[in-house]
Write a protein that binds this ligand. Structure first.
Ligand code: NAD
Ligand code: ZN
Length: 381
């Protein structure tokens, strides 16, 4: 089968790989009909996730048709069209039982990492990803959810990650009616978080990024205010000024690790006292949220990051909430939001690219070329 193949930092290509096999009675094999490239894949692509091995196939956002099931599978049937959550969850460990499907113990027992994730290095279990024609799905009676009749496949594929993650970012923010919410990062996740903030009753939503076309997209899609941090004196000062010196009620970090490192280089001229690799967006979030406010982090980080202003967290009484999205927990509600027209996921898709052209697809998404917001890979039919 055709599959994306990681060759080292910023080098991916399309290759032939053996078809996946059922390895466990609770597995299913899915023929992929759509997969996406995610901002999380860029951490892998840039070589910033430990234990990412040459030869791995990435891809944790995919939908497809069930081709084969293991003998223990009871719910899923051959021929079902399914949304596959990006988290691999056993459904029975202590964490899954609490609804923490992104922190499943059985699929990835490493204490310091997320639960299992498709195509996301050996740090999250070493599972093969879905940027391929076929993929093995473990615990297939737990995560995969039949795509509702009539749902557009482009909407369905964004329910594997972007929609629930954006929603969970807003949910973790504990947004109260009338709150001012500031979202850092106008990638697909930040834009979706801004959109969802309104569903929780936000009174004002502000998004901050450095890429004009993304800010413009966010203004239209999420009906929010959007500012370029390159043209602000200092985003923290700006947010204080625009909130009567109090700070935002809720700040959301939808940037994560090395994207923030890149942004850093663009602002060193303005004497921000940070070091390369430190979390710029997270700093801004902590320093611009009000006393007693909430910082919600969905941006992905490595196990450690330097110079987080933890003193300010303590002195201001800030609550920090963070996690991988719990896709299975949120999926029924997200399907309702899409069916009832409150969220229109497919509007985020700017690029539909054949799987065979995966190297170009990564370059376009990574370098933010051609006004790219979200890229979908289409396997040959
Ligand atoms: P993306 O790379 O498309 O977008 C990131 C955006 O952040 C870019 O537009 C970039 O210009 C902007 N940016 C960089 N530095 C910034 C700064 N200091 N302030 C404001 N904006 C800044 O990525 P995406 O797909 O939107 O994903 C965003 C983050 O969410 C990534 O870290 C990704 O790994 C993470 N993520 C987490 C989960 C989860 O479950 N927690 C799921 C999916 C993605
Ligand atoms: Zn993703």
């Amino acid at each position: 089968m055709l599959a994306m193949n990681y060759r080292g930092p910023q080098r991916v290509r399309i290759d032939q790989k053996p078809l996946p096999q059922i390895l466990h009675p609770e597995d299913a094999i899915i023929r992929v009909t759509r997969s996406c490239i995610c901002g999380s894949d860029l951490h892998l692509y840039n070589g910033n996730v430990p234990d990412t091995r040459v030869g791995e196939t990435f891809g944790h956002e995919f939908i497809g048709v069930v081709e084969e099931v293991g003998y223990a599978i009871q719910k899923l049937k051959v021929g079902d069209n399914v949304i596959v959550p990006f988290n691999i969850a056993c459904g029975r460990c202590a964490f899954c039982k609490q609804g923490l499907y992104g922190n499943c113990h059985e699929s990835n027992p490493q204490a310091t990492a997320a639960g299992g994730i498709f195509g996301y290095s050996h740090t999250t279990g070493g599972y093969c990803g879905g940027q391929a024609e076929y993929v093995r799905v473990p615990y297939a009676d737990v995560g995969p959810t039949v795509i509702p009749e009539g749902m557009d496949l482009d909407d369905a594929v964004l329910l594997t990650d972007v929609v629930p993650t954006g929603y969970q970012a807003a949910e973790m923010g504990g947004i109260q009616k009338g709150d001012t919410v500031v979202v850092f990062g106008a990638g697909p996740i930040g834009i979706m978080a801004a959109k969802c903030a309104w569903l929780f009753g936000a009174g004002r939503v502000i998004i901050i990024d450095q890429i004009e076309y993304r800010l413009e997209f966010a203004r239209n899609y999420a009906q929010c205010e959007a500012y370029n941090f390159r043209s602000l004196e200092d985003p923290v000062v700006f947010i204080k000024k625009t909130t009567d010196s109090l700070g935002a009620d809720v700040c959301i970090d939808a940037v994560g690790a090395e994207a923030a490192g890149n942004a850093m280089q663009t602002i060193t001229g303005r004497k921000l006292l940070l070091q390369a690799g430190s979390a710029t967006a997270l700093h801004w979030a902590i320093n611009s949220v009000k006393k007693g406010g909430i910082v919600s982090i969905v941006g992905v980080y490595g196990p450690t990051d330097n110079l987080v202003p933890i003193g300010n967290v303590v002195n201001k009484g800030i609550t920090i909430r963070a996690n991988q999205a719990s896709v299975k927990r949120l999926l029924p509600k997200m399907i309702e939001h899409v069916q009832e027209g409150r969220i229109n996921p497919k509007a985020l898709i700017t690029h539909r690219i054949p799987l065979e052209e995966v190297a170009d697809a990564y370059r376009i998404f990574s370098d933010k070329l051609d006004n790219c917001i979200k890229t979908v890979l289409i396997p040959p039919s």
